[in-house]
Ligand binder design. Structure first.
Ligand code: C2E
Ligand code: MG
Ligand code: MG
Ligand code: MG
Length: 281
């Protein structure tokens, strides 16, 4: 009987699934090596204050240029990193690289660059790592102060363990770092958490912003999110602004900040500092 059952399982195991599992496993192995060998890099996408057009910060985004496969997107390798636990190491690496870039830029311009660097935190990091201790140590090691840093976390990071997430956020606030809720509107955050947790910025998910092009309902959603953020004293960043018209409309609606290909794509560290120089001249 047992044997028959096993055979039954083998029958429903399709070749396509096996291939997908193998592909995932090889990405996982290669990602582990890429982290160890320092083959990942960060790209920096400008964050713009919509009312003035000034650069208020940059979001650090992980990049993986694979020797044979070419560039692998974060949407492909971050989930693998999360499932394998590698995200803890990757996240520490991203934080350290981003903070080092702040220090490098300061040295380059000979004063404190007046921007905030945003770094993404995965829910798995919140759950498994001592994020506040890691941030503290990274800042100390690079002689950078906490108010230069914004940590972006998604709704899932809060829902999994609101008590733990709350504690981490309080500790980050204690370092004077800022906290942004990423991809807002795609998860299931209770509005009570928004009120209770020390969140400084709501990032409105790109899907709502993109939909504004041809869908009046999404403007209503954006209006509601903006007024909610305003009532709670939070700044707002619209993701995925890809046209002048969207930038204008969002600014008119009261959105404070924006990010998107209309302003700039993610840039390497040299291009990003140049972008800041040109914009602030
Ligand atoms: P995210 O944090 O929401 O980052 C914004 C994503 O939107 C970036 O994709 C950026 O390139 C893209 N984007 C910005 N403006 C536009 C636009 O106008 N049009 C379009 N179509 N896309 C735009 P990217 O770099 O592929 O990253 C995807 C996601 O991967 C990020 O979404 C974030 O969730 C995750 N990620 C990237 N780097 C890290 C990291 O170091 N740690 C963690 N935990 N997650 C990361
Ligand atoms: Mg983000
Ligand atoms: Mg986002
Ligand atoms: Mg997003």
């Amino acid at each position: 009987l047992k044997r028959a059952k096993t055979l039954g399982q083998i029958q429903i195991y399709e070749p396509g699934q096996a291939r997908a599992a193998r592909h995932r496993f090889s990405i996982e192995t290669e990602l582990r090596h890429a982290i160890e060998r320092g083959e990942l890099s960060l790209a920096y996408q400008p964050l713009i204050e919509l009312s003035t057009g000034a650069v208020s910060g940059f979001e650090a985004l992980a990049r993986w240029e694979h020797k044979e496969r070419g560039s692998i997107q974060p949407t492909e390798f971050i989930p693998v990193a999360e499932e394998s636990g590698l995200i803890v190491e990757l996240g520490r690496w991203a934080l350290d690289s981003a903070v080092r870039t702040i220090r490098d830029w300061d040295e380059e311009i000979g004063s404190k660059l007046p921007i905030s660097m945003s770094v993404n935190l995965s829910a798995i990091q919140i759950a498994r790592d001592d994020v506040a201790a890691v941030v503290t140590e990274t800042l100390r090691a690079n002689a950078v102060t906490g108010e230069r840093l914004t940590l972006e976390l998604t709704e899932s990071a809060i829902i999994q363990d609101p008590y733990r997430a709350g504690r981490v956020l309080e500790e980050l606030k204690g370092l004077n770092a800022r906290v942004a809720m990423d991809d807002f509107g795609t998860g299931y955050t209770s509005l009570a958490y928004l009120q209770r947790l020390p969140i400084d910025i709501l990032k409105i998910d790109r899907s709502f912003v993109t939909a504004m092009h041809d869908d009046r309902d999404s403007i209503a959603i954006i209006r509601a999110v903006l007024s909610l953020a305003d009532a709670l004293g939070m700044e707002t960043t619209a993701e995925g602004i890809d046209s002048a018209e969207l930038a204008r409309t969002l600014s008119y609606l009261g959105c404070t900040h924006g990010q998107g290909f209309y302003f700039a794509p993610p840039l390497n560290a040299v291009e990003a500092l140049d972008y800041w120089r040109v914009r602030s001249a």
